[in-house]
Design a protein around this ligand. Structure first.
Ligand SMILES: [Ca+2]
Ligand SMILES: [Ca+2]
Length: 209
């Protein structure tokens, strides 16, 4: 009768252990609590020890952190690729703006003129003085919009036109070396703004002096 009760709701392995437990008790009266506690297979009958629970929780935490790190890395790669695509679209739009108006964003001389590549000052590409989606009225022969909408970068920040950007952190798009350049860029995962020359930025170089 006892075995029938044991078998209800238990897996075959548990039923087998119950039977071993029952046999062990009958074979060695009186009940030897020390031997039962130290027998690994019988010990499972009484549930998990606190050490086993802690080890299990630790393993689950470790696996979770590994999975999360992997997901974050994959997301950063995906966001970086998307930012690079957006920057390539900005380069095309700026080329059209320069072709029509003979001016770059923020009314800078176009990149091809001698000595014009590195200039001050910067602008966000969604501003009218950038001339990409709308004009501030100061671009001659402006025939845009050159992009129907100016996107935010994948981290929710504004893209930047910086005609005096310092590449020296091996950021994506800059490569190695230490030089100044005219670029369009995203502030990257840390969402930095204008004149933050940082390793997490995603950059597209338009010209170098
Ligand atoms: Ca700058
Ligand atoms: Ca940054």
């Amino acid at each position: 009768m006892r075995q029938i009760i044991f078998m209800k709701g238990f897996t075959p392995l548990e039923v087998q252990r119950h039977r071993r437990y029952d046999f062990y008790r009958k074979a060695q009266p009186p009940y030897d609590s020390v031997r039962v506690r130290t027998n690994p297979s019988l010990r499972l009958l009484t549930g998990f020890t606190i050490v086993e629970l802690l080890v299990t929780v630790s393993i689950i935490s470790l696996l979770s952190s590994v999975v999360l790190a992997s997901l974050n890395s994959a997301r950063t790669k995906s966001y970086t690729a998307r930012a690079q695509q957006d920057l390539a679209e900005f380069r095309k739009a700026i080329a059209l703006l320069e072709f029509d108006t003979n001016q770059a964003p923020n009314h800078h001389p176009i990149a091809g003129l001698p000595g014009s590549c590195q200039q001050d000052a910067e602008t966000y590409l969604d501003e009218t003085r950038a001339g990409i989606q709308a004009t501030d009225g100061a671009f001659p022969r402006w025939a845009g919009p050159y992009l129907q909408s100016v996107p935010k970068d994948p981290w929710g920040n504004r893209y930047i036109f910086d005609p005096d950007y310092r590449c020296f952190n091996n950021e994506v798009g800059c490569g190695s070396g230490d030089y100044w350049a005219r670029v369009v860029h995203s502030g990257g995962p840390n969402k930095s703004g204008i004149n933050a020359y940082e390793a997490d930025n995603i950059v597209l170089v338009l010209c170098r002096p």
